[in-house]
Design a protein around this ligand. Structure first.
Ligand SMILES: [Zn+2]
Length: 246
């Protein structure tokens, strides 16, 4: 695992000298397992370390490696709705982060009532990275993440550190909502049109759940959930038969 963390640190440094577009272009198709990419990177790094350490690696050389052989983490731009701060964190497509980023993630997504920290679930981070990558150049404006206050239900995904409430400026909420719902399984997706955010969480033990939150209530099985899934599968669904009085 030592090699692995070295690679992540390397990418953190590499990012400073590379613009985001270069990193994004280098991302391999999502079907390629991340472990294979890491192995390729390990080989490349071993060659470089032996040849050139401790001289800093030129940005040009880093770009060559990145563009030709290896996937990079997604640079996720965040805006903290509570603190009004912006920043960018690097998250791998499988939701992994390096140790330095882990500390940042815990702080950014801390409970705003108790100030307690909890690491966000890796699957949720993977989804966050994917959503960010799906809307290039956009900023994820998050409203709420980990919540540990007394008012938070014991079964709340926010208490479990698996949930994030957010919006993206310049993107329709319903677009984000539908994208997450049709792309992922084992998730909760809530649409909050009045509060202007989308809730996403990962729930490996529970089936998919969609809801719309209006006037203080969750409304389950919303129309949009069925529509989005139908679009995703391309399956034609026969119109419901309505009998008089039904
Ligand atoms: Zn939420």
């Amino acid at each position: 695992m030592a090699e692995l963390s070295a690679i992540r640190t390397f990418f953190t440094q590499a990012e400073i000298g590379l613009n985001t577009n270069q990193i994004r272009e280098s991302v391999l198709p999502p079907m390629v397992p991340i472990l294979i990419k890491i192995k390729i990177m390990t080989t490349a790094m071993a060659g470089w370390t032996a040849a050139a350490a401790p001289v800093p690696m030129p940005a040009q050389a880093i770009a060559t490696i990145v563009n030709s052989e290896v996937a990079a983490p997604v640079a996720v731009s965040l805006y903290d709705e509570n603190d009004h701060q912006t920043g960018t964190i690097a998250i791998w497509r499988d939701g992994a982060v390096d140790d330095a980023t882990k500390a940042v993630v815990k702080k950014l997504f801390r409970c705003r009532k108790t100030f307690r920290q909890k690491m966000m679930a890796q699957k949720t981070l993977a989804m966050l990275a994917d959503v960010s990558d799906h809307y290039p150049g956009k900023v994820i404006e998050y409203v709420s993440a980990y919540r540990s206050g007394g008012a938070e239900s014991s079964t709340s995904p926010h208490r479990a550190g698996t949930a994030l409430d957010f919006r993206i400026r310049g993107v329709q909420l319903r677009d984000i909502r539908d994208y997450v719902w049709k792309t992922y399984n084992d998730v909760g997706v809530g649409w909050y049109p009045q509060e202007q955010f989308v809730h996403i969480d990962t729930r490996p033990q529970i089936h998919n759940t969609a809801w719309t939150f209006v006037n203080g209530n969750n409304r389950y099985h919303p129309y949009w959930a069925e529509t989005a899934k139908r679009q995703a599968t391309g399956v034609a669904v026969a119109p419901h038969e309505h009998r008089a009085g039904s």
